[in-house]
Structures are given as C-alpha cells and as structure tokens.
Design a protein around this ligand. Structure first.
Ligand code: THG
Length: 362
C-alpha cells in the first residue's frame, strides 16, 4: 500500500510522538485523525494484547461536547436510547440515527456534568449533524470538539498498570462507569471501557500538553508488566463482536439490523422514531460467521451466497490463531441467519465455505 501523506488535515494526536517512537507500522485515518493499526504485526499485537497490557492512542475517538440548558433535550433527539436513568458517572453506548431510522454513528456518551455530555464518536461527522439539529430546533446548547483525547489501557494486566499510576481506586471503577482521577495534579475522566474484550480503561486526556507526560509515566510504571504500545486489533475485535461503524454497519442499516435493538428504548420523541419503529422487525442482522480456507484482507464487502442467491455480505474477517478458523462479521438475511447455516462467501480471490456461528468467540 502507498503511504499516507502527512498534512494538517490528517490530524496528529497528543501521543503521536510516543506512537512513532514505539515503531508504529501502519495508520488509518478516523475522524480526520491518525489511528495506529499495527505495531509489530497484527498477530503478534493480538497475542500481546491477550496476555499483557497495551497503551492505545485512540485520540481519534473524538469527544463532541454538548453543553447548555438544552443538552439533555439534544441528546434525547439524537438517539433512541433512553437517557433518563443515565447516572452521573455512567457511559452509555448509544446508536445515533437519521430521520429514516438509519445509523449515523454508534458513540459512547458520558454525562460529565450538569447539562453537559461528551459524545465519544465513531468515524463520521457527528458534530456537523448535531450543529444542524441545534439550529433546526433552536436549542440553547453549545456543540464543540474540546481538546480531549482518549488513551486506551487494554489487556489482562490493565488493572495492575492503572493502579500504579492512578492508585488502587481504579479497582473500584465498574464496567462503563468512570471516576475523575488525578495525574500530576490534573484530573481526568477514567472509565472502565474500551474497544477490546480483554478488559481495561479509557483515560480521557484533557489538554494536549498532558499527553506525553502521562504516556511516558505509563510506560515507566509498566516495564515489568511487558507494557507496550498497541491499538484496536482487527482479529480480537472480530472475535469479540465489536462493531466497526463504516465497516460492519453504515447508513444503510438500522440499529435493529446492527443488533443494537436493546438500546432503542426511549419512550419520548426522538428524530427518526416513527421510521425506526416501523423497522423494528429486521429482515437481516449482524452475525458471527466462520470462514474456511485461506482468505485475503477484507477491504470490501464479500457477498454471501446460499441456495443460489445472495443472502448477505461479510464486512470484517481475519484468521484467528486462538480459534483456528477465520472469524468474521457479516449481515445475513433472516432466511439464513440461524446458527449452523452453511453459506458461501465470495472473496476477491475465490469462494469459501462458511457457517453462521451461535455466538462470538469471546
Ligand atoms: N470507546 C470510546 N469511544 C469510542 C469507542 C470506544 N468511539 C468510537 C467507537 N469506539 C464506538 N463504537 C463502539 C463499539 C463498541 C463498544 C464501544 C464503542 C463497546 N461495546 C461493548 C460490547 O459490545 O461488548 C459494551 C456495550 C454495552 O454493553 O454498553 O464497548 O471503544 N470511548
């Protein structure tokens, strides 16, 4: 592949210097910002993530700050998830839909103060949509992207590493909850969350100048834990069924098709409510799929065939060392989505046998 041309438009992060010093091998661009994708190689990165602890520059999970008297009203309008019972220290995975009930984003949102939310967005231009809704509805709220950059600490030794830097209080943070913890006198939101199934935290680092000191402190504290720089790992996130917006789901899909129906529980009005309710019984849905044989990288949708017709598409796939098969995520028609159903997947190098799985691998 060709290289990414550096420019101001493809934004660096507060941790880019550290990432490069640790030998990042590949980047993708996410929310107009650099996101590392490989350090050693994807398989070595995978094994390390499952055994040790990694520090991830996920600054590209930008925060869209929604603040003002109508902040809750805007959050209610943007998402089908009921925000009423969201606690002050809680993180919510929230589908965001358009007027047709189709997905625009799948962010994590946090209530960070009275009348104040952060929306930790997936790849897309959520803030522009939010600004449009604010203007159209005449809401009293400020939408902006503050200088906040999430740093992921992921892997089985995350608790050990975090306790060394932030104290034993980190053990008390529950899944999808956060505490404000100090590093060198500056408070950061620290949540037990992250884009892996290995356990871990996300530190929402406020202030670019605080980035490298924290990065360096984590590496100094974790030397004997075998800490190293890492990034969301393609194999591990498919094994765990973590969806990638733009890959597995996009503007053609409803949250129900994405398997996010349980997050569509608001009774109050929201944009796209009528359209979404009319599509609550989907004809296709996201499924875990195992594929046999050798496969190339999945850089396009692979059509799925059965009984002589197309019944879906695979959108993410990779060889799994631990499960000794190719793990995949795809969208499958209701006629063929039951576990055990045999399928054929057309990759760019040929057709492969495949089977719908009863559940994700981890
Ligand atoms: N962390 C933060 N922001 C993010 C992501 C993140 N923004 C972009 C992207 N990732 C958004 N997409 C996801 C997808 C899955 C999860 C979080 C964000 C996730 N899902 C858990 C699961 O499926 O097991 C738990 C969901 C739940 O039960 O609420 O964590 O990773 N800050």
């Amino acid at each position: 592949m060709a290289q990414i041309s550096p420019s101001r438009r493809v934004r660096r992060t507060p941790f880019s210097d550290g990432v490069e010093a640790q030998g990042v091998k590949a980047y993708t661009v996410y929310n107009h910002m650099l996101l590392p994708t490989v350090f050693d190689d994807v398989v070595t990165d995978y094994h390390h993530l499952k055994r040790h602890v990694q520090v991830w520059d996920v600054s590209c999970e930008r925060q869209v700050s929604i603040q003002g008297p109508d902040a809750r009203k805007l959050m209610d309008m943007l998402s089908p998830r009921d925000m009423a019972r969201m606690a002050q220290d809680q993180c919510y995975y929230v589908p965001v839909i358009d007027r047709q009930g189709k997905m625009l984003n799948d962010p994590v949102s946090l209530c960070v103060g009275p009348d104040h939310y952060w929306v930790s967005v997936a790849d897309g231009d959520f803030w522009q949509y939010a600004c449009g809704v604010v203007d159209a509805l005449g809401l009293d709220v400020v939408v902006e992207e503050p200088d906040v950059s999430p740093l992921g600490i992921q892997g089985p030794k995350s608790d050990d590493l975090m306790a060394r830097v932030f104290g034993d209080v980190v053990h008390e943070i529950k899944f999808f909850r956060y505490k404000r913890l100090a590093f060198e006198g500056v408070n950061f939101v620290v949540a037990r969350s992250g884009y892996s199934k290995q356990g871990g935290f996300e530190i929402y680092v406020e202030g670019t100048e605080n980035g490298m000191p924290l990065w360096d402190a984590l590496f100094a504290a974790g030397e004997d834990l075998n800490v190293r720089a890492g990034c969301p790992n393609l194999i591990e996130r498919i094994e765990g069924g973590l969806l990638s917006f733009g890959n597995d789901i996009n503007r053609e899909n409803t949250p129900f098709e994405a398997g996010l129906g349980k997050f569509c529980n608001a009774s109050a009005d929201y944009l796209g409510k009528q359209a979404l309710e009319a599509q609550s019984d989907p004809h296709r849905m996201i499924r875990p799929i195992a594929i046999e044989g050798d496969i190339p990288g999945c850089d396009r949708a692979w059509p799925i065939f059965a009984d002589g017709q197309q019944v879906g598409q695979v959108t993410s796939a990779a060889r799994s060392p631990d499960f000794n098969t190719n793990v995949a995520i795809g969208m499958v028609a209701n006629t063929h989505w039951d576990a055990g159903t045999k399928l054929e997947v057309e990759t760019q190098v040929g057709i492969r046998a495949a089977q719908v799985q009863p559940s994700y691998w981890i």
